[in-house]
Design a protein around this ligand. Structure first.
Ligand code: FES
Length: 75
């Protein structure tokens, strides 16, 4: 997987990078996007970051290829 400056790496509405969101999510034991929202960390705007943030919570990744979270597999 190749990342460049177009990588998705932040919640634009809150101007908060996924690294910072993940750190706070771990501190506050957030498991879902709803937990992130309930704790006022990020994700309360347009919602475009939600699938990325959900994947971040599962994998710990904080940079994504745009649209990668929407790619379906045949498995
Ligand atoms: S980019 Fe995160 S809510 Fe809009």
């Amino acid at each position: 997987m190749t990342y460049d400056r177009r990588s998705v790496k932040m919640c634009v509405c809150h101007r908060k990078k996924f690294d910072a969101i993940l750190e706070l999510a771990q501190e506050l034991d957030c498991k879902t996007v709803d937990d992130i929202i309930a704790n006022d960390i990020a994700c309360k705007g347009c919602g475009m970051c939600h699938p990325y943030v959900q994947k971040m919570l599962i994998t710990g990744e904080t940079r994504f290829v745009p649209g990668d979270v929407y790619v379906k597999t045949n498995s």
